[in-house]
Design a protein around this ligand. Sequence first.
Ligand code: PAF
Length: 270
Amino acid sequence: MQRLSRQLKKQNKKIGFVPTMGYLHPGHLSLIREARAENDFLVVSIFVNPTQFGPTEDFDKYPRDFKRDRNLASREKVDCIFYPRKEDVYFKDCRTFVYVEDLSDCLCGLSRSGHFKGVVTLISKLFNIVYPDVAYFGQKDAQQAIIIKRMTRDLNFSVKIKVLPTVREKGGLALSSRNKYLSPKERREARVLYASLKKAGNLFKKGIRDANRIKNIIFKMINNKKTARLEYVEIVNTKSLKPVKKIKSGTLIAIACRFGQVRLIDNIII
Ligand code: PAF
């Protein structure tokens, strides 16, 4: 992969990169399409990254279907799928990790300890393997996107990070590879995540700025659903990820909630 990327650089080709864990859905395809349109050469990586899963998380169960992904990618005219094995990516005695302080320890970082260290270490490695000019991420993983942007800046990677809007089902549920594990009832009820975020957006438009008040309204809407087990609702500054008291334009509202066994996240930026 490095040899190929070096050759492309010599030919002045602009390399677009979409890192994924596979099981591609229309959310990934929107990243792939934008990357296809903006670059000379498009690399998509497919790697279910073990270091970003906790010991009790769904690494073994995470959906995988390489043939299906390869077909989808070829339809989108992806030039190269980087599909490494675990042993191609991690040395057995690897002792170096990348960790973005503070931003990794709040929101999803509280219940998924080590998760962002795994994500950011992998992404740094992929940047050093693929040499992309532009890398594409989804807004659905808002905290991940913010952390990757900070890491890219802090470590002087010369990669532009582009974050594209969340793609949603008709009922508003954000697309995620994990949606496949929702029962029909859980799937219906999970629509409340986006419904509550939209409600928050409308209340802001009506002039309500108090974060606690809006948080309580979101709590109530979600807790009304039988299959929902709310993990957090946080209203935070997008730079520091610290909670704000007053909401303003650009504030991030982020939610994590389980429906049955399936942990979902969603967010909006006001
Ligand atoms: O968002 C994801 O699918 C993953 O966290 C990523 C960025 C591909 C790293 O494994």
